[in-house]
Design a protein around this ligand. Sequence first.
Ligand code: ZN
Length: 636
Amino acid sequence: MSFEGELQRIKDEIIHNIPSDIIVKKVEFEGPEIAVYSENSNVELVENSEVLKDLAKIMRKRVVFRWNVDKRKDPNETEGYIRNLVGEEAEVSSIEFDHTRGEVIIESGKPGLVIGKKGVNLKEIRSNTFWQPKTIRTPPLNSKTIQLIRGMLQKERQSQKDILLRIGKRIHRPILFKDLDIRLTSLGGFREVGRSCILMQTRDSNILLDVGLNVGNNNDKFPGFDIPEFSIRDLDAVIVTHAHLDHCGMVPFLYKYGYRGPVYSTLPTRNLSTMLQLDFVQICEKEATPLPYSKRDVRNTVLHTIPLSWGKVTDIAPDIKLTLHNSGHILGSSMIHLHFGKGGYNFVYTGDFKYQKTRLLEKAAVKFPRVETLLIEATYGGPQDRIPSRQDSERELRQILIATIKRGGKILIPVLAVGRAQELIIVLEELISKGLIDKVPIFLDGLISEATAIHTAHPDYLSSDLREKILHQGKNPFLSDFFTTVSTPEEREEVLTGGPCIILATSGMLIGGPSVQYLKGMAEDKNNSLIFVSYQVNGTLGSRIQKGWREFQYIDSRGRTQLVKINLNVFTLEGFSGHSSRSQISQFLRRIQPRPKLVITNHGEESKCVSLSTMIHKKLRKATKSPKNRETISLR
Ligand SMILES: [Zn+2]
């Protein structure tokens, strides 16, 4: 069937299944959704979600209604009307318009007042302005990244609409091949940690899961795009599990080389990835290393990103549906569930996952509609990888802090800006406010504060306990005045010459950035402590120090080589990890519903991928595979 024919068929089906008094003017593809334009003044139907739900069930597609597009009031007039209606007490901080969706987004300190009793204000806004109101709470911290992204999207309103139309047409193209021939090709991150990238292919479609870069290895930094299976022109979609650079760092590179299709991820993942990609460009510029992509490519990535929430089934290719599920690793991190064909084949990719509740997040999902093949990470998949419990690690952290502060030392904790940093902020805030350690200053350096601001903008993605604390008890650990943000060399010098303190700084693996600056100033004093709380990729300075190196070299500003002796105390507290331990992986595999038939391992050093795969085969009696990079596996 032709494209126009398919659209007409969809239109007829919609008209057939909705109340007859609704006049359908136009049906259009809008990215993965079907937008129905109607002129009726009867806007009540939008609220009557049963109609929408039934329609989604029958059509097996996501349908949205756009009402009275021509009647929409002028945005300025609408803004004035809303401010007047809800009053100053609602503390409205911004009003923005999404012209594609016909939504007016009202950000305020008191969303309850914007909504009004039983939603009375929302009804008023809808029927008087013909905009669909959406309320959000003003985040307590201001994120520069979110502001920047909003600015980009506002400015490129029309091109975003065109992008969605084009993507929609491509998704809903007719299927050419009947038989499901599903292949997985490992482009990066197999038997290694870094540059995660997986190509999933059917005869009709091509999809990339994660497009990462390797931060610890200069030889194999990028995924193997040069294999014959991969062609950027045929790519339908990119799905990003989470915002760490080894999973999202190379997405803008695809836009540099002409990709114009969509990126699917959660909203926090989009915001955090953008922050880290822009930072990566800046670091490359500063260090005068070749840029794999520019800021323009990052902007293009933002314009082509379609945010999805967990649990929403979405068409991403004519024969593939995508659903994201919580993976418990960092804010917004997701597992990917792909459904191929009509009732055909199901595939789950865990990405980085934590099968244990943390202070920050709920534990990873285990229930899926169906799973035939599971691709699982093996970061801690080796037999020796027993991660101590959270309680033990928190106890040990407290002891190290007490002892170091007592002898007048400083504590350096290198962290990734996203994930462990926020987890530790919550733990440290509690230790001090409960009087369990002395109150010393805690300095945050690098992107940590900006990443934390993004966390406060997405309370829906935080653990239920933390959300309850923030929203209902008014106790937000991220706003505590125990923490001071450091950003200039002068401030850093002050921290280094000052008294006992705790420093959280990026990069998390000591491959550059402020954490290395602090280490240079602190390494020789045996009163100080260095604590690793996250995975150290092979080849990084962090990994070397963990393995026992007690000196390191660097080139100073005058070009002279300096040797630094490492006399400070070095500790590793694995219990804070955002990855599952070997036993948590086993638990996950025992509880996953339904049971997969084939389990593939990736994202782990060679020995760990192989060892985990052997264990799963022996103990759980499953077919397993542990492919190398650049291998293709036929799934069906
Ligand atoms: Zn990660």
